[in-house]
Design a protein around this ligand. Structure first.
Ligand SMILES: [Fe+2]
Ligand SMILES: [Fe+2]
Length: 202
């Protein structure tokens, strides 16, 4: 209950209930090539997720406008990360299922309205986790182009998680949004805690 209140006062911010240990940073920096290939895949999937909202909810103009902007921005991120991948002489990864995302999506409820709210909130939480991990990466990297790039990416992910809360509040009342957000944050904390620390975004 205390956590819920904390979330409510931090307007449109998501406070994750689990903090990534700093060992993750060491693992990810040490295996940066693996990390950046995974990062590229995450940006591509985020963009596709944005467009899925557009396809699924053709009757929601506010959502459509926001999601087209979101999908374009994530596609731009993908392009930028892709350039880094190629610059390092690496290949993009083939399309693989993301255990973390799938575990969260498995908690999305049925029913048109519930499904819509849960998908928005899951996206917001995933963006918040992305912000946390990209900030850690930015912190860990030596000063230079790559560090600056991760600082910018991390900032963009903050705006994205706020965007999903904003959209949720446009279509659902505050009480409903924050109560469900809190439940899904608890799920996310359990899921991420159970996964091994690896050179990947999740
Ligand atoms: Fe992104
Ligand atoms: Fe994002």
């Amino acid at each position: 209950m205390q956590n819920l209140r904390k979330i409510e006062t931090a307007a449109q911010k998501i406070e994750l209930l689990y903090t990534t240990p700093s060992e993750w940073k060491e693992i990810a920096v040490k295996n940066f090539d693996l990390f950046i290939v995974d990062h590229a895949a995450c940006e591509r999937k985020a963009s596709a997720m944005g467009m899925q909202f557009v396809v699924r909810y053709p009757d929601k103009p506010y959502l459509i406008e926001a999601m087209i902007r979101f999908a374009r921005e994530e596609l731009y991120h993908f392009h930028q990360v892709c350039k880094w991948v190629l610059k390092r002489g690496l290949n993009l990864a083939s399309d693989e299922k993301n255990i973390y995302i799938n575990a969260l999506l498995s908690k999305v409820r049925n029913g048109r309205e519930e499904h819509f709210l849960d998908r928005l909130l899951v996206c917001g939480i995933v963006e918040a986790r992305g912000h946390e991990r990209f900030s850690m990466m930015a912190e860990a990297l030596e000063p230079g182009e790559l560090k600056t790039f991760y600082e910018k990416i991390s900032l963009a992910e903050t705006e994205h998680h706020e965007l999903f809360i904003q959209i949720s509040l446009k279509y659902f009342n505050e009480e409903k949004v924050y109560a469900r957000l809190h439940e899904l944050l608890q799920v996310e904390a359990e899921v991420i805690k159970s996964l091994p620390l690896r050179p990947a975004v999740h």
